[in-house]
Design a binder for this molecule. Structure first.
Ligand code: SAH
Length: 250
């Protein structure tokens, strides 16, 4: 069933305007009596029957609330240093399918691309759109948030300073020889939220790795092979979900 997301909470009767109304009425040519799923700001989902259309709005009434368990028991923040070209498009799409909640694009020492204010905003909007579409397609009840591009060091300091008790933070580091992701995750059974940091194609600079260490951020290995940035991001999200009971079952 078609799915839309609203910024509001579910109500008996809803009137939708804007892009979703246009899409339903004009593009999909939906009719009164058709049913859709509506996911609200808290991730609650309702089945609605369409009742009326105007030039710019669609009204609908609640048929029933739907119990959905498409969200993971843990929250994941993927902090991804900007890769080249369109690679972040792929990462955003796959991370959304894998249940990631927040994606933070970071500008780090070895990033080749640089986005200035205007370009960065346009990129963020594009990535958010990719996340929204992937979230609808894969049946999520909450859409991920793609944040603005932020400078790596500043973001890392803030992440370490503001670390919540329920949160485990790790940096996937290609030169890490001691601690594997598996051991790290098994030591974090109580965590309800994971922040995972992935480098760009060029990896992390020594200064960045040293700063992460100084801030007490765990450095973890994803195994003996060097993965491309996009493979590392997608694999890290998958193994965090798997270790926390989300992926691989019903
Ligand atoms: N140019 C670097 C590789 C960077 S790979 C080199 O040749 O050493 C891009 C990013 O993916 C890394 O910064 C890291 O975050 C992640 N990554 C790739 N392989 C990894 C591994 N085996 N363990 C941990 N992280 C890895």
């Amino acid at each position: 069933m078609r799915r839309i997301f609203i910024k509001d909470l579910l109500q008996e009767e809803l009137v939708i305007t804007g892009g979703d109304a246009h899409h339903l009425g004009r593009v999909m040519r939906a009719k009164a009596g058709d049913r859709i799923l509506v996911a609200d700001d808290e991730g609650k989902v309702g089945e609605y029957e369409l009742t009326g259309f105007t030039e710019s709005s669609v009204s609908m009434k609640l048929v029933q609330q739907v119990e959905e368990r498409t969200e993971s028991p843990v929250e994941i923040v993927l902090a991804q240093c900007l890769p080249k070209g369109d690679k972040l498009d792929l990462i955003v799409q796959k991370a959304t399918e894998l249940g990631v909640n927040v994606i933070v694009p970071l500008a780090s020492d070895n990033c080749v691309v640089r986005y200035d204010g205007k370009k960065a905003k346009a990129k963020q909007e594009k990535w958010q759109k990719i996340a929204d579409e992937a979230g609808k397609q894969c049946g999520r009840s909450r859409l991920p948030e793609v944040q603005q591009v932020q400078p790596f060091r500043q973001w890392l300091r803030e992440a370490a300073d503001g670390k919540r008790d329920d949160t485990a933070v790790c940096m996937c580091y290609e030169n890490e020889l001691q601690q594997g992701m598996k051991d790290f995750l098994q030591g974090q059974r109580a965590a309800k939220r994971f922040v995972v940091i992935i480098g760009p194609e060029g990896g992390f600079s020594l200064a960045e790795a040293a700063l992460a260490k100084e801030l007490g951020i765990a450095s973890v290995s994803l195994g003996t092979r060097i993965l491309r940035a996009e493979t590392a991001a997608i694999s890290a999200a998958a193994v965090i979900q798997y270790e926390n009971g989300d992926l691989g079952g019903r």
